[in-house]
Design a protein around this ligand. Structure first.
Ligand code: MD5
Ligand code: FE
Length: 205
């Protein structure tokens, strides 16, 4: 079927996190943000600001500025190490059968109107571990394609408490966030969406 996207290793778990688990995770992330404030990354070369704000926890964090995309052990503005990964996130990673320990948790904050263009996650030094994505707050319209820039895409709504495991072939699929449906969740005071991505950055054993 021409517009079916086959991707071995993709697992979508709608509503995996209960409302109580979502609230607990949100409070862990609020504590992370107090120690490592959200920053607005800019695009390599052009310096154009992202509409999404970001921070990280765990030993490594993803950053972007005029000089490029990379993982680094410190916050780009405070210069401090990223806060530790909350135990709850490590437990989630393990419960999904992901290998070794997660090294980075990227926190993406989408306010009304924020989006993320189609891209591939390829800044890691290994693609052998899955990326585990957790959605909190307002529903996102997530677009997923194939492993090349061209070709069919499909649109999937990601709601609060949904967890997606991008393993195997799906690890290198192009994807983006078209928009966030404001007012679709009451989890976050003031609205908005937070996405957490747990990752391995370096190869293990
Ligand atoms: C988000 N974040 O909802 C998404 C969820 C990012 C990002 O895209 O890079 O921070 S993670 C979606 C993802 C990760 C790795 C592979 C694939 C999707 N995929 O192959 O579709 O803020
Ligand atoms: Fe991505």
């Amino acid at each position: 079927m021409a517009d079916t996207i086959e991707a071995a290793g993709l697992a979508i778990h709608p509503g995996l996190l209960s409302p109580a688990e979502q609230r607990a995770l949100l409070s862990d992330i609020a504590a992370v943000i107090r120690k490592a404030p959200l920053f607005r990354p800019t695009m390599p070369r052009t310096g154009k600001p992202f509409s999404v704000m970001m921070t990280n926890c765990g030993p490594l964090g993803w950053v972007s500025d005029k000089t490029g995309y990379r993982y680094q052990p410190r916050h780009p503005e405070t210069g401090k190490p990223w806060p530790p990964m909350p135990d709850r996130l490590v437990a989630l990673w393990r419960s999904l059968g992901a290998p070794a320990e997660p090294e980075a948790c990227l926190v993406n904050m989408y306010d009304e109107g924020a989006k993320l263009g189609m891209h591939q996650d390829s800044d890691e030094r290994t693609y052998d571990a899955p990326v585990v994505s957790v959605s909190l707050g307002d529903t996102a319209v997530f677009r997923m394609g194939g492993t090349t820039r061209r070709g069919p895409t499909r649109s999937v709504r990601l709601s609060s408490g949904d967890v997606v495991v991008f393993g195997g072939e799906s690890r290198l699929m192009y994807h983006g966030i078209d928009r966030v449906l404001s007012g679709s969740s009451r989890l976050i005071d003031g609205g908005g969406r937070i996405n957490l991505t747990l990752r391995r950055v370096t190869p293990w054993s």
